[in-house]
Design a protein around this ligand. Structure first.
Ligand SMILES: [Zn+2]
Length: 165
């Protein structure tokens, strides 16, 4: 029995562009612009009645799929999910779990960076992830996740030999 994807990727990168990105490890300028546009679309879907702080994220997977996510708040505040987590959860639950870049944007005229929980959440899939913090005008700052979360704890640490076990 075949299984349909529950959610389809929100966008796809053309094969020739993806090849260039995978070879260089960098996004093209057009793709950076596209990531911003898609994160901005995701932002419009934000469910943030409490903070009124809209956040949108777009995650580019190595498959060429781009997944969108927005922040989803809860009256039980601790159950709130950030935009980055929403996008990654969508991707991973549909079988995409190797990533190149994430773009994040808000309504604030500042380079808003992923929160600490999201940094830890995302490092599960690699420290080399490119992280774009977009202002609403499209200007950005770009990091690698390892620069935002140095000396992180990740999957490799669980493979280390342990005493007493
Ligand atoms: Zn977060």
């Amino acid at each position: 029995m075949s299984v349909q994807a529950i959610s389809s990727p929100n966008a796809r990168v053309p094969t020739d562009v993806l090849k260039k990105v995978l070879e260089s490890g960098e996004l093209t300028q057009d793709l950076e612009k596209r990531l911003f546009e898609l994160a901005s679309v995701a932002k419009t879907r934000s469910y943030s009645p409490y903070s009124k702080f809209r956040v949108g994220a777009a995650v580019l997977a190595k498959s060429g799929n781009i997944w969108l996510g927005c922040n989803v708040e809860s009256a039980s505040y601790g159950a709130t999910r950030c935009a980055e987590q929403t996008a990654f959860l969508k991707a991973v639950s549909d079988g995409d779990n190797r990533f190149i870049a994430v773009g994040v944007t808000t309504d604030t005229d500042a380079y808003i960076s992923p929160c600490g929980i999201c940094r830890q959440f995302m490092v599960e899939w690699g420290k080399e992830l490119l992280v774009y913090n977009f202002k609403p005008d499209g200007s950005f700052r770009k990091y690698k996740l390892k620069d935002l979360l140095p000396d992180s704890f990740g999957p490799d640490d669980l493979d280390r030999p342990r005493e007493g076990i």
